[in-house]
Ligand binder design. Structure first.
Ligand SMILES: Nc1nc2c(ncn2[C@@H]2O[C@H](COP(=O)(O)OP(=O)(O)OP(=O)(O)O)[C@@H](O)[C@H]2O)c(=O)[nH]1
Ligand SMILES: [Mg+2]
Length: 694
């Protein structure tokens, strides 16, 4: 494929809450632009963007997919992002390489939670954006209510540039407020028929046009002057002024449509080409010189030194790894070498491709601003920087998202343990939000991710791509044991068996330490009643005994043991004998010290939409949680508190159902606390039962 000019590229991320019609809109782009003969649909699994089996089964997007079209002499790279919170990292990565965003709003539901989340990112990046009110053909569609929800929930005043004509079944077109024309989309390919505005709509159109003109004039002093003098701005002024304002992030235009009927889609493409930035408009990006540590910028210029950023990795057991990257400066050519400055290795491009959904189209070269894919790189992962070897630069890495849900995984077939780990590591390469670790305390393999769906999808991929079938369980809670009382106790080990016997005799004091202090061993032997060389053995015996607590087999913590007295035998004493004596004394003593069970407590931060505050706090209380503070953030509430880990392992699903998905949370370990007696009894009984079964 021939290369394009940077100025005629548009990199567009399509974003918004789950189910707003992002994928349908991207399909509509392909169809309306003539790239596809057949209009792909999400619902029957024919979408070129939702091509993964896990997406087709659920009718939702799980990962970003890209394709490109030609429209009005531009190459538009379309990145379809998932709306589900489980896959938000995909959206975050897509926004790093997009120059503009199309934000979908459901004409029936208005702004929903994930749209608020993604809007925060767009604002942070001052990303030029357009609003598209989709699903205007649905029952109860209401364009103006959607606009109001943008005002109240996103605290942004969109500028209405197109008004819908009709709604629900009767939705058939738009009024173009810049050109003051009516646009009808009755052609199945989405071609526009332009007419004069029907008389009955003219007054409303004029009034919205006035507001739009004022919005645009307010962004530019010269335009404002002209507007005040002449009382009007011409189409050229408006288009130019609007473009400047959108690029600066001061205006977000809004239009409407119905993606699967191709209504309003061609108009949106025109807006993307005209109002959203090319890589040249977006300007230089900055990173660091990895050698000097100084700031380094890269201009979107094909003659500048090469730099690029990896925004996605796809693991394929047969074709190997596919790496998707955006070039920020210079160009990438097949067979050229470059430096992966994040990993400090040199690699070589093989063939370079442009992606068309899951298909690949070979490219001669990829210029600054364009996106492309390359197969079989050895080390690259998402977030890495590629750079000219002689002019190194490294771009910031995105901070990861905290894993919220963990499962213990085990193979369905015995002997597959190693294969699970190696295959999961391949999947981890494409998905940095997954964490795989072995819990030394509970001896489980723990897979953590963003939520239930995320883990389930990963397990399905594991089976489909690598043929490994696993079971998921709620992970065990790493309880601990401690004591509340103290004691002084003798541990004495004596064995006479014909020849040389065994003899070790110890007196120890056991007492509690403050929470979190762990273990302390004090040697208070005087006068050599136990010879020096046996004392470490006593400690070793105690430490081993501590690992298997008396209550339920959990490790004992926050205890001080002092070795205070004892005796030995010149012939029969040995390290082994003293180790056993120490262990015996500890086990005997600990039961006299009111042993208790401890559980991990986590700090939790929950962000929810206002209306669910009461329900969420009620639920938190029923989970033995404590609310420590609350603050509002826009129209949301942030609750901070502490909850036992045991209660949080299943929290994600609850929060989702209480808030209809309008809630997120994060947590981190804080400290250990005593388990309330009735709950401790249950845990102890359960552990006894487990032991008996073993
Ligand atoms: N009536 C109507 N249905 C639509 C419209 N756009 C999308 N849909 C339907 O809405 C459902 C969700 O559409 P998708 O395109 O998968 O939505 P999405 O935003 O990609 O969803 P996620 O990828 O899960 O975030 C599908 O059943 C579509 O057929 C529309 O304009 N009108
Ligand atoms: Mg989708």
């Amino acid at each position: 494929m021939a290369t394009v000019e940077s100025a005629s590229i548009r990199n567009i991320a399509v974003v918004g809450h789950g189910g707003t019609g992002k994928t349908s809109l991207c399909e509509s782009f392909l169809f309306v632009s003539g790239k596809t003969e057949r209009f792909g649909k999400v619902d029957d699994g024919t979408s070129l963007f939702d091509f993964e089996p896990e997406e087709q089964k659920r009718h939702i997007s799980i990962s970003t997919a890209s394709n490109f079209i030609d429209w009005d002499k531009c190459k538009i790279n379309i990145i379809d992002t998932p709306g589900d919170a489980n896959f938000f990292m995909e959206t975050m990565n897509a926004l790093r390489v997009a120059d503009g965003a199309v934000v979908l709003i459901d004409a029936v539901g208005g702004v929903e939670f994930q749209t608020e989340k993604v809007w925060e990112l767009l604002k942070e990046r001052t990303m030029p954006s357009l609003f598209f009110v989709n699903r205007m053909d649905r029952e109860r569609a209401n364009f103006f209510a959607a606009v109001d929800s943008i005002r109240s929930k996103l605290q942004t005043k969109p500028t209405i540039c197109f008004l819908p004509i009709g709604k629900e079944e009767a939705f058939k077109g738009l009024i173009d407020l810049i050109n003051m024309k009516a646009l009808y989309f009755e052609d199945p390919r989405g071609k526009v028929k332009r007419t004069d505005i029907p008389a009955e709509l003219l007054e409303e159109a004029q009034s919205y046009r006035d507001t739009m003109v004022e919005d645009i004039a307010e962004c530019d002093e010269a335009l404002m002057e002209k507007y005040l003098e002449e009382g009007e701005l011409n189409v050229e002024d408006l288009r130019k002024g609007l473009r400047q304002a959108v690029l600066a992030g001061s205006i977000v235009p809004i239009t409407a449509g119905a993606a699967p009927k191709a209504i309003g889609v061609g108009t949106l493409l025109d807006m993307i080409v005209h109002y959203l930035p090319s890589p040249i408009d977006r300007g230089a990006v900055s990173g660091k010189n990895p050698v000097t540590g100084e700031e380094a910028t890269r201009e979107p210029d094909v003659t500048a030194p090469f730099s690029a950023l990896v925004f996605k990795t796809i693991a394929d057991p047969y074709a190997g790894k596919l790496t998707l990257f955006r070039v920020f400066s210079g160009k990438a050519s097949p067979d050229s070498t470059f430096s992966n400055t994040t990993r400090r290795v040199t690699e070589k491009f093989g063939n370079i491709f442009h992606l068309e959904g899951k298909h690949q189209k070979p490219a001669d070269a990829v210029v600054a601003g364009d996106i492309a894919a390359v197969a079989k790189l050895k080390e690259a992962v998402t977030g890495d920087t590629f750079s000219d070897e002689k002019n190194p630069v490294v771009f910031d890495k995105l901070p990861g998202l905290p894993a919220l849900m963990s499962f213990a995984i085990s193979p369905k077939a015995k002997g597959d343990e190693d294969k699970i780990i190696s295959s999961l590591n391949r999947i981890l390469e494409e998905d940095p939000t997954l964490i795989l670790k072995r819990d030394d305390e509970t001896r489980e393999i723990i897979l953590s991710g963003m939520g239930q769906v995320h883990i389930e999808v990963t397990v399905e991929k594991l089976k489909r791509k690598f043929g490994v079938d696993v079971d998921l369980r709620t992970p065990k809670v790493p309880y601990k044991e401690t004591i509340k009382g103290k004691t002084r106790v003798q541990g004495r080990y004596k064995k006479q068996s014909g020849g040389r016997g065994q003899f070790g005799d110890t007196w120890i004091e056991i007492e509690p330490l403050p929470r979190g202090e762990g273990f302390e061993f004090a040697d208070r032997i005087v006068g050599g009643v136990i010879p020096k060389q046996y004392i470490p053995a006593v400690e070793k015996g105690i430490v081993e005994a501590m690992l298997d607590g008396v209550l339920a087999g959990y490790p004992t913590v926050d205890v001080r043991v002092s070795l205070v007295d004892g005796s030995f035998h010149a012939v029969d004493s040995s390290e082994m004998a003293f180790k056993i004596a120490g262990s015996m004394g500890f086990k005997k003593g600990i039961v006299q010290c009111q042993p208790t069970l401890l559980e991990p407590i986590v700090n939790i931060e929950i962000e929810i939409s206002d209306e669910y505050l009461g329900d969420v706090i009620g639920n938190l209380n029923s989970r033995r949680g404590r609310v420590l503070g609350m603050e509002s953030k826009g129209t949301n509430q942030v609750i901070r508190g502490q909850v036992p880990l045991a209660e949080i392992l299943t929290y994600a699903a609850d929060l989702r159902s209480i808030t209809s998905g309008r809630g997120t949370f994060r947590y981190e370990h804080s400290h250990y606390e005593e388990v309330p007696a009735p709950i401790a009894e249950k845990i102890i009984a359960l552990s006894k039962k487990d032991k008996e079964e073993e």
